[in-house]
Each structure stands twice: as structure tokens, then as C-alpha cells.
Design a protein. Sequence first.
Lengths: 486, 62
Amino acid sequence: MIAEFITVLIIYIAVGTLIALVSRRFGVKTTSEYFVAGYRLGGLLAAMTYAATTYSAFMMIGLVGFAYATGVGALGFELAYLLATLILLTLFGRHVWFLARERKWVSPSEMLSDLYGFELMGITIAVIYLVALIPYISAQVIGIGKIFEGIGVGYEVGVCVGVILAFLWIVIAGIWSIATTDMYQGAWMITAASIFIIWLLAFFIPSNGVDYGELVHALSSKGLTGITEFWSLPTFLAFTIPWVFFAVTNPQVVQRVFMPANERSLKRLIQYFSIYGLIYTLIVTAIGLMARGLTELGVLAEVSRDLVTPTLLLHLNPVLASIVYVSIVAAAISTINSIVLSVASSFVRDLYERRVRVVDPRRSIRLANLVVAWLVIAAAVVAYFRPGFIVEMSVLSSVILLPLAPITIAAWLCPSLARQRVSRILSYVALIVGVAMSLYAAISLGPKKAFVITYMGLPLSAWILIATSVIVLLGFLMGYVSASRK
Amino acid sequence: MKFRRGALIYLIIGLVILVIHYLIPYTVLKEAPDMSLYMFWALLATLWVVATSLFIELRWGR
């Protein structure tokens, strides 16, 4: 298995690096080209990079395990994200895309500081991205390390391969090398998932003398075809609320709406991404459910959540299993480099370019590469030492970013009111209050408990959303009153 | 930013779809004895993907 895995991995790295090198022909001379492709990304490229960035290693390991352990509810959790994202992209995508090229936005924090006319907002958001997303990037690197460890190649080797590859595919041509390798990795991910489920349906299940009726009956007898105890409504809300707003709170996806070359490309982004997301989610959850059915029928041994995919892959042909393993590495890499580039763009734009009189593009790109290197090293250090608290913080990343949802949506809806003094101050207060609530809960309860804890029947994420929305709304109402008086 | 009529209708239907996504599984299909809950969520999402695609193609910006 080690030989097959290394061979497939080398092919994956060689082809990806070749694609990244070819992407240099698009030319990167300014930070706008480095971070947002000079606003000229084609539809398919935009859609695939959106999909590969969104769907991380969590899908093939975490979501398969969730479906296995908690039943069909895992599908509802993941599809809630897709439904909400389509609504947000369709309602705001065109407007944001248009404004981004008109006002030359490069980073999402720059977008907010511009909309509110408040530089401190952008700087604060850049720091919040760092706090929220470094643990998330590290979790992806840890995922790669664990795959390597499980196969027998070594955890440290996995961490090194992960961070070097992520760094390399960023610095070769910025977003161009990321987007083109994302398209390649996205194709690899969906192909591997398809191979996996076809093998399960057409070979593994029949060859063990199991028919599908038996499988469903086994799941149903454990209540896994309905809503299990795990998916109580507060838990379902705790899991889905941060994801419902993911498209407006996470910089790596907000930034992708800036990039399409024209309206047609933007349309294709939404359409192709939705098809990709739907198919990938259905396949991944079906794999988890089938694995659980096989366990209930005694075909597979009972395993912990994170070991469902590796256990199934033990039965698959080593070459095909290696393709699936490498697809998990690809999912992690495509998420890591997109987040790193997005966070770096916030630092370069909000902390450097907006503060100097004359921008030297070459110096900006050098600075961007430096920030990228620093972020990748930070993620590698966290992944190597695995400090419990920081690693656990990865589950809270979307909760920490949640206050950005009302702040962003309000500014998109009423840009003129956002520039009123009272609106910008109260929106800033909302941001600080929301982030403070999540960090306080993380420190006092531990990140994992903070994620699912409920107060008066509602999870922390719901309270953060309510508190920040009320403050933002109040600010905009007062801004409206003050504007009407003038 | 003002929503046009088409976008407003899309928003209202989208919110209804989201409510259904949460409500039906916790009421009607809570103890589904077969794969009906899986099928329900899968079909609802498929329906929304198709509706969104059509809306974007035919009504966006109008």
C-alpha cells in the first residue's frame, strides 16, 4: 500500500506543479492579479476553485464519520450549508462582484473597511481572520499528517508535504496557480468519491452477500434513517448556523466572488458549484451510511468516527484506495492555500498598501509571499506540536467569524447608511462583542463544549448572531435617523 | 442595494425552502423507517439547485 500511495502522490504532485507552472503565463504583476486574478477568472475555473476551497478534508473523513455515527442528520447539516449559500450568492453575488471591480477590492476586510469608511474595521478583521483561521488551516495539515501516519509514511512527512505543497502552489503564480490547481484537485476529489461509491455499490456490498433492503433495514433498526438523539434541534442549529452564513463570513469564499471575468462567468460559478456541492455531499454521506449498515450487519468491524474511511479503504484495491487517500490530501491542500492567500491579502492590503503613498507592486508581492510563508510556517508549527487548545479551536473558526455576517449583509444592503458615524461605530462594537463572546466561551468552556452548549435552548452561535444583528440593526436605524435629520 | 421583484420572490421562496429543510425532518420524518428522510433532503436540495440555476439564467438583474 505504501508503494502505491507514494506513486499516486508523486503523480498528483507532479501534474499539479506542472499545472501551477503553466498558470504563470497569465502573468502576475500587481497584487490585484496576485490575489484576485485581475478580475478575469473564467466560469469553470471560478466554480471549481470555489468548490475545492469550500470542501475540505472534513468531507471524506469527518462527514463520512458523522453519517456513520449519527445517521442521515449529517446530510441535513451539510445540505443546509448548500441551500443557504445558493441563496446568499444569488441575492448578493452580482452586486458584490460589480462593486469589487468598480472599487478595486482585493481582500474582504478591505471591502468592509471601504463600505464602512473605517480603516480600523479592516485591520481588526484581518487580525480576527488570523485568530479564527490559523487553527482551521492547522487542522487541515494535521489531517494530511494523519493520513500519512495511517498509511505508514509518517506523520511528520505528511505535515512537511502538506505545507511545502501549499506554499509552492501559492507562490508560483498567486491565485492563478491556486485556481488552476484547485480545478485539478476538485476534479480529483469528485472522481475519487465516485470511484469509492461505485466500488461500494457495485462490488463490495454485493460481494458480501448483502442486499440494499437489508442494509436500509439495519440502519432503520438503529434509528439512523431518522433524526437520532445526537441531532437534537439545538445541536442541529449549533452545527448549521455558522455554515449557513459561511459564504459571507469566510474570506476565502467571499474573495472568490470578486474574481469572475464577467457576469456569465459569475453565473457559471454559482451553477457549477451548486451541482458539484450537491453531488459530492450526497456521495460522501451515502458512503458513511452504507459503512454503518455494513457494521450493523457484521460485515465491517465497529470503528470510531474518524476511522470509517480508512477502514473501508483497507478492502479496496491499493491503487484505487491511494487515489481516494490522495483526494483527501487534495481537499486539504486546496483549502489551505486558498485561506492562506486570502488572509495574506488582508494583511497586504489593509496593513500595507492602504497606508503607503505609492504602491510598489513588486514590493507588495514580495511582502505577500513573506506573509504567506509566515502563515504556512505557523500552521506547520501548530500541526507539528498539536497544542490541544489551538487544535480544538478549529471547530470554532466559523463561529468566531459569525459576527461578520450581519455586518457584511447590512453594508451590502445599505452602503450609504454604513458610512454614517453611528452605524460604523455600532457595527464595530457588534464585531468586538461577537468575537469576544465566542472567545470567552472557548476559554471558559473549551472550544468543543462551547460549540454545542445551549443557553435557553439556543446554541452559542445563535446568541452571537442575535446579539450582533441587534447591535448592527440599532446602528443602522440610528444612522438612518441621523441621515434624515441632515 | 434594492431587491427587484424577482429577487424578492426568490428570497421568500428560499426562506420557505430553508424552513422546510429544518421543519419537516423534525416533525413528519423524525422517525423515518426507510431512506425517505435522505431522499427528502436530497430532492429538496436538487430542486433548489435547479430553481437557482433557472433564476440566475432567466431573471438575474431583471
